[in-house]
Design a binder for this molecule. Structure first.
Ligand SMILES: [Zn+2]
Ligand SMILES: [Zn+2]
Length: 238
C-alpha cells in the first residue's frame, strides 16, 4: 500500500490505484454488483419455414438491428448514468449467436465500461402465417383473365414473375401475403392468397401496370366447419 494513495485501498484485493467505487476497486465492485444483467443463454424464437423472428409479440424479418433490439429489450442496467449500449453479434456455425454487450456510461462520476458475453439460442417455432399457409388457408382469390388468349400467353410468364415479386415484397409487411394455391388455365391465372388486402392491392397494381381493367369483385361464402367465411374474388382482365 502506498502512503501517497493511502485513501485508496481496496479491502478485497488490496489494490491502491485505478478507479474506485464505494470504497472498492472497480473490478471488485463489479464482481459483487451486477450493474448489467441478462440471461446468459437468451432464447430467440424463430419460424423454421420463413425464418422470421418473434419480437415483441410479432413475427418480423430477421435483421442485425432486430436481434440487437431484442438483446437490448432483455438487458437490465442499474446505477449507470447515460448508458450507451453496443452489441456485437457473431453467428456461430451451430446456429447460436455469440453476443458481446458493451455498456459504457458514468458511475459515481467516473467513466465506466462493462462487457458481458451471452449466447443467443435459436428456438424452433412456426409463425401464424406459415401455420395457415401449411393448412391451405386462403382469404381471397385473384383471377387474371386474358382478353385475347394469344396476347395473354405472351405476357403470362412476365405476369407470374411480377405477381411473385410483388407478393414477396408485400410479405415483408404482411406475412399473410402468401400464395396458398395457383392454377393456370387457358383463360388466365388463378391465385389463392392468404391475405385479402394483398389481393385488393395487387389487383389495382396489375390494372395499372398491364393496362387492364378490374372486371368484378364478388364475395364467395364458404362454410368451414360451423363458420361461414367470406372470400373475396378480384378479377382483372388484361
Ligand atoms: Zn479490489
Ligand atoms: Zn413463418
Amino acid at each position: 500500500m502506498s502512503k501517497k494513495n493511502s485513501s485508496l485501498f481496496c479491502p478485497k484485493c488490496g489494490k491502491t490505484s485505478g478507479n474506485f467505487i464505494q470504497g472498492f476497486c472497480q473490478d471488485c465492485f463489479l464482481e459483487d454488483h451486477d450493474l448489467i444483467s441478462i440471461e446468459s443463454r437468451l432464447p430467440v424464437e424463430y419460424c423454421t419455414r420463413c425464418l422470421r423472428l418473434k419480437f415483441r409479440g410479432r413475427w418480423v424479418t430477421q435483421t442485425e438491428t432486430v436481434l440487437q433490439d431484442l438483446v437490448k429489450g432483455h438487458l437490465k442496467i442499474k446505477q449507470i448514468v447515460e448508458p450507451e449500449i453496443f452489441i456485437e453479434l457473431n453467428p456461430l456455425g451451430s446456429g447460436e449467436t455469440q453476443t458481446r454487450i458493451t455498456v459504457s456510461g458514468i458511475l459515481n462520476e467516473e467513466k465506466i465500461r462493462i462487457e458481458k458475453a451471452i449466447l443467443l439460442i435459436p428456438k424452433k417455432d412456426h409463425c401464424n402465417a406459415c401455420n395457415k399457409m401449411a393448412s391451405g388457408y386462403f382469404e381471397s382469390i385473384l383471377q387474371v383473365r386474358w382478353k385475347e388468349r394469344e396476347k395473354g400467353e405472351k405476357i403470362q410468364k412476365k405476369m407470374e414473375d411480377f405477381i411473385k415479386d410483388y407478393l414477396d415484397r408485400e410479405s415483408e409487411k404482411d406475412p399473410m401475403s402468401f400464395i396458398a394455391k395457383k392454377s393456370i388455365t387457358e383463360y388466365g391465372l388463378d391465385y389463392f392468397l392468404g391475405s385479402k388486402q394483398a389481393a385488393r392491392k395487387l389487383s389495382r397494381v396489375l390494372v395499372e401496370t398491364f393496362q387492364g381493367e378490374l372486371v368484378t369483385s364478388f364475395k364467395l361464402h364458404t362454410q368451414i366447419k360451423n363458420e361461414v367465411k367470406k372470400r373475396l374474388t378480384y378479377c382483372v382482365r388484361i
